[in-house]
Ligand binder design. Structure first.
Ligand SMILES: *Cc1c(COP(=O)(O)O)cnc(C)c1O
Length: 454
């Protein structure tokens, strides 16, 4: 919510740091994602400060917010990155960070992604199956490399969160059952091209109580001790992400310092580097989705506030029935509230941001801020209903930087073709299958990725 002073009313108008949101709407239009750089950096520093003196790396989970400017802001503070696709690696490199600060997670990596990551020289892979370890071993050997790997173990801990973002139970698709892990480490240690030297876990997301995370740490440390007893050298413990944030005023989340203090106690005396992969807890509260009221209508005795943002821009309410606080940009004077559904223009009943919400009276043209939208917001936006995706704006004090342009109608049809043989002009480069070179007559879309070119 608005617990952070980065979003507050200044002279009656909601501001992000020192920039007024109605001014931003005038310049950049709506819907727009607005991020506070200071909020992002200060949450990251909370982790860093709490971990001072302990060998560690905070690997920001790129899938939570992958805007290049956000990645660069975090990199400038010393962040490492946790990625789940080749595309996310491309983004980290494009933001100017070296591959050596990247950890590659995910249950299904393609051979092309593995090769791309090895060629770029990432720090390590978090592996979730023996089949994947064998694939990495084969590709790394063929490239003459040794890949550092951690095995993602499934500690069978219930994180008590939404079922779609709970990942650490035995019946989930993620990780390897911790009970089988020793045997898998043993086999991995005999393969060429891979060096098993870490244990990783990630039990879910939006975890409000640090208890399950600490229980996971305990189980992982016990595993590391068993592995060491077998003569395997473990260098790092990666506990994943997952710390939650309050989406409702009444909700409270474990504080970062309290969570880290709990971890410190468990790690003391161990010769291990700690890795964490927070996403949501760093960026969620640092962003809002700014939207304008198109109209207010009554139907069947209900009031509907129809806004210009929709589920394609922010899918969390439709997908998880997630709650977001929604507040007017013009400070409400107090007085009577109305009950309304706040919904977008998309042709789906699921296209809503709030239902039966008590809110101040609003009328057409008013601006609303959908709060706590900095994580899993823009990154899961789509073009459904052929709606251009919103712009993204990064605020630093009074400076307002457009860090991603609003898409245009032209963007919507980019890559489509009315040609009978649209593939004719594309070359697929087998040495780097991540990149398709598209040669159009005027060469406009030719795209060549050169590592380190950012
Ligand atoms: C999603 C994810 C994260 C980040 O989770 P948050 O809840 O955003 O902190 C970290 N690690 C892995 C492997 C993930 O899949």
């Amino acid at each position: 919510m608005l617990k952070q002073d980065e979003f507050s009313y200044r002279r009656g108008v909601l501001a992000c740091e020192k920039a007024n949101l109605s001014g931003i709407a005038e310049i950049h239009g709506t819907p727009a994602y607005i991020y506070s750089r200071r909020a992002i950096v200060s949450r990251f520093r909370e982790y860093e400060d709490a971990l001072a003196g302990l060998p560690h790396h905070i690997c920001f989970s790129v899938k939570a917010n992958s805007n290049l400017a956000v990645l660069r802001a975090l990199a400038s503070e010393g962040a490492w990155f946790d990625i789940v696709s080749g595309g996310e690696l491309y983004r980290v490199l494009s933001a100017g960070s070296p591959a050596g600060c990247v950890v590659f997670s995910g249950v299904g990596k393609t051979e092309a992604e593995i090769r791309f990551a090895l060629e770029q020289g990432i720090h390590s892979f978090n592996c979730e199956s023996e089949a994947e370890i064998e694939t990495i071993s084969r590709i790394a050997s063929s490239l003459g490399r040794d890949a550092s790997i951690a095995i993602r173990v499934n500690p069978d801990v219930d994180p008590a969160t939404h079922p779609y973002i709970s990942t650490g139970l035995r019946e989930h698709k993620f990780g390897i059952d911790i009970a089988c892990a020793e045997a898998v480490y043993h086999r991995a240690s005999q393969l060429p091209g891979v060096v098993p030297e870490g244990v990783s876990c990630h039990i879910g997301s939006q975890i409000l109580d640090a208890g399950p995370l600490l229980e996971t740490a305990e189980k992982a440390i016990a595993l590391i001790e068993r592995l060491c007893a077998r003569g395997l050298r473990m260098r790092y413990l990666d506990l994943g992400g997952g710390l939650g944030v309050p989406y409702r005023p009444a909700q409270s989340a474990a504080s970062i310092p309290a969570f880290i203090q709990g971890l410190r106690e468990k790690l003391s005396g161990l010769d291990l580097a700690l890795m964490l992969e927070p996403g949501r807890s760093i960026v969620a509260e640092a962003g809002v989705l700014l939207t304008r009221v198109l109209l207010v209508k009554q139907n069947g005795g209900k009031t509907f506030v129809i806004v210009d943002a929709a589920m394609n821009d922010l899918i969390r309410p439709a997908l998880y029935r997630a709650h977001h606080e929604i507040i007017p940009v013009k400070e409400p004077a107090g007085g009577e509230l109305m009950e309304a559904d706040i919904a977008g223009p998309i042709c789906e009943t699921g296209d809503f941001f709030a239902r039966h919400r008590q809110m101040p009276h609003v009328t057409a043209g008013d601006l609303l801020a959908i709060c706590t939208a900095g994580a899993y917001g823009f990154v899961s936006a789509s073009n459904y209903n052929s709606r251009p995706r919103p712009c993204e704006v990064l605020v630093e004090e009074a400076r307002v930087l457009l860090v991603r342009k609003r898409e245009t109608y032209e963007d919507l049809i980019r890559g489509e073709s009315l040609d009978r043989d649209p593939g004719a002009k594309q070359r697929f480069d087998p040495s780097n299958p991540n990149i398709v070179h598209t040669d159009l007559e005027d060469d406009r879309l030719t795209c060549h990725f050169r590592p380190g070119s950012a």
